[in-house]
Ligand binder design. Structure first.
Ligand SMILES: [Zn+2]
Length: 232
């Protein structure tokens, strides 16, 4: 016979079993992936029907899918389909998600037909002001340094893993004032996954298998970044 109080206890246990795994997942690391461009803002052209916006979305979706079963990592995309999102709104999504990491995806073009391979951009530190008079400013500096260190650490992990998809073609890490990375509080990188203006790269970027390889390299990098610390 089940008494009323036992029923209550059963209900409470069931409630806890249901809620706790969810809250554990909810407290995991949040990664915002930003598939560049969208809709009429097509980005660079890879063929008549394939543009930068298609490749960035395909790769971002694949990363989200691969990590959907990973308990402590949650992936949010700045767009889920073929729509354009303003730069300000992309940044808003990063801030509102309280992101631990931000990855913007693009495809390169230009510098002649021989330029090939990926590039990874991160935002270098702004020049620190000469005098730090209060603890708030010092704290802000420490936060910026930590953010930069983590951005570089993640960029290095991506370089190693994406380098396997585009062997010996890495154009390296670049510290540059990239607009979409500016004024974010999360560590952030921008991956230019190959050149649309290079014949070999263009072929690779349109290849669904290579898109999956790029996504796998990013998935691996995200897992590695959070398992090697310093990324609370
Ligand atoms: Zn782009």
């Amino acid at each position: 016979m089940i008494t009323e109080s036992k029923k209550l206890i059963h209900a409470a246990v069931l409630f806890m079993l249901l809620v706790f795994p969810l809250s554990a997942a909810a407290s995991g690391h949040v990664v915002v992936i930003d598939p560049g461009h969208g809709a009429a803002n097509k980005g660079v052209t890879l063929s008549r029907n394939v543009h930068e916006k298609d490749v960035t979305l395909a790769v971002a979706r694949l990363v989200k899918k691969s990590l959907s079963g990973v308990n402590n990592i949650r992936i949010r995309l700045t767009r889920l389909d073929d729509r354009d999102v303003s730069m300000a709104n992309r940044k808003k999504i990063v801030e509102r998600s309280n992101a631990d990491l931000f990855i913007s995806l693009h495809v390169n073009a230009g510098f002649g037909q021989n330029a090939e391979g990926y590039e990874i951009y991160y935002l270098g530190s702004t020049v620190p002001s000469a005098k730090k008079s209060n603890s708030g400013e010092i704290l802000k500096d420490m936060e910026q340094t930590r953010r930069l260190n983590n951005s570089v650490r993640f960029a290095q992990i991506v370089q190693k893993n994406v380098g396997r998809v585009f062997p010996r073609k890495g154009r390296g890490l670049r510290n540059a004032p990239v607009l979409v990375l500016q004024s974010l509080t999360a560590p952030a990188v921008l991956l230019e996954a190959g050149f649309a203006t290079n014949l070999k790269d263009r072929k690779k970027l349109k290849d669904e298998k290579i898109q999956k390889d790029i996504a796998d390299a990013l998935t691996k990098s995200i897992k590695e970044y959070f398992s090697t610390g310093g990324a609370s």
